[in-house]
Design a protein around this ligand. Structure first.
Ligand code: NAD
Length: 292
């Protein structure tokens, strides 16, 4: 059994605890056994699980795995601490808020012979799986992905990182991209911001990614994808699945820990993640330059 600790008891941390306590039967998720949770707040037992200190989580021999579910600005430090202490790490996206730190942490994990897994539940949603099927074999001419939601929470980083799941969609659907321009409009007093990134596919086809957040904006993804002989302007509903998204991710992490994911698959995933981190970095640089 893999003794586990959940760090950060927000929405994601509570979902992790729920799944660790009731893993999918006959799956790799059953290999985890929750030993406690870590929080900066002093909390009572959560879902019957006890709070432990960070020092205890890092030093206990019966804790082998950490789930990092804190706000994005603290991921890097937490991942490093747990890897240094010889623990495997599952971190909720984004892994960190820069490309270089992500590269650094993956090489640290490799040196230590540990698994560093970044959750990407957005790739597991029914609508994404269906969209991927629907566009298979089609030739893209141009496209836009616009995400809207309420104001961004503090400590979640630059929007190209906090919204990296949208960028991951584009890279997973259309392959490696380059950034041609990016800008950020921010109205701090109105808690409003809009980031626009212009991207090009390897076939030189334009993609636009917009993250727009502010009070009153509904959480939604709007797509306009134009192909040679078809257009998709609404996300398909997809087939609802009985296994929840965080549970699907837990099973994948468990399979990695059991050596059931091939080296080629791991390499492909790492390349996609680092490519997205690099694009997010570039978008941030260009946006900050435009703002200055
Ligand atoms: P959250 O705001 O619910 O929690 C973030 C952090 O704030 C946690 O460390 C939590 O312990 C702390 N926190 C929450 N309530 C608090 C309070 N009242 N006082 C003090 N601290 C408090 O955010 P989240 O949605 O759980 O996101 C955590 C991580 O998971 C982020 O990296 C995010 O990008 C990622 N993530 C979340 C989801 C999701 O569905 N929520 C999905 C994918 C990835």
């Amino acid at each position: 059994m893999l003794g586990s600790v959940v760090v950060g008891i927000g929405i994601a941390g509570c979902a992790r605890m729920r799944d660790l306590l009731a893993p999918l039967p006959s799956s790799s998720a059953e290999k985890f056994s929750i030993k406690g949770f870590v929080s900066r707040r002093s909390l009572e037992d959560q879902q019957g699980v006890k709070q432990i200190s960070m020092t205890e989580a890092l030093s206990r021999d019966d804790i082998h795995v950490a789930f990092i579910c804190t706000e994005n600005t603290s991921h890097e430090e937490h991942i490093r601490q747990f890897l240094e202490a010889g623990k495997h790490v599952c971190v909720e996206y984004p892994v960190t808020l820069s490309y270089t730190s992500a590269v650094d942490l993956w090489s640290l994990a490799q040196q230590k012979g540990l698994v560093l897994h970044e959750e990407h539940i957005e790739l597991l949603t029914p609508e994404f799986k269906q969209l991927k099927k629907d566009i298979a074999g089609k030739t893209l001419e141009e496209g836009t992905l616009r995400f809207t939601a309420g104001s961004l929470k503090p400590n979640f980083g630059f929007p190209s990182f906090s919204g990296i799941s949208r960028l991951t969609w584009l890279v997973d659907l259309f392959g490696e991209l380059t950034v041609t321009a990016a800008s950020l409009v921010e109205e701090k007093e109105n808690k409003y911001m809009k980031m626009t990134a212009h991207l090009l596919t390897q076939q030189q086809k334009p993609l636009t990614w917009i993250e727009e957040r502010g009070p009153g904006l509904g959480r939604a993804k709007h797509i306009h994808l134009h192909f040679q002989d078809a257009s998709i302007t609404e996300l398909p509903a997809g087939q609802r699945e009985p296994v929840g998204l965080f549970m699907q991710d837990l099973v994948l992490f468990g399979r990695k820990l059991q050596g059931e994911v091939s080296a080629a698959e791991l390499q492909e995933e790492r390349s996609r993640i680092l490519h997205c981190q690099q694009l997010a970095d570039r978008i941030q640089q260009l946006s900050e330059h435009t703002q200055a």
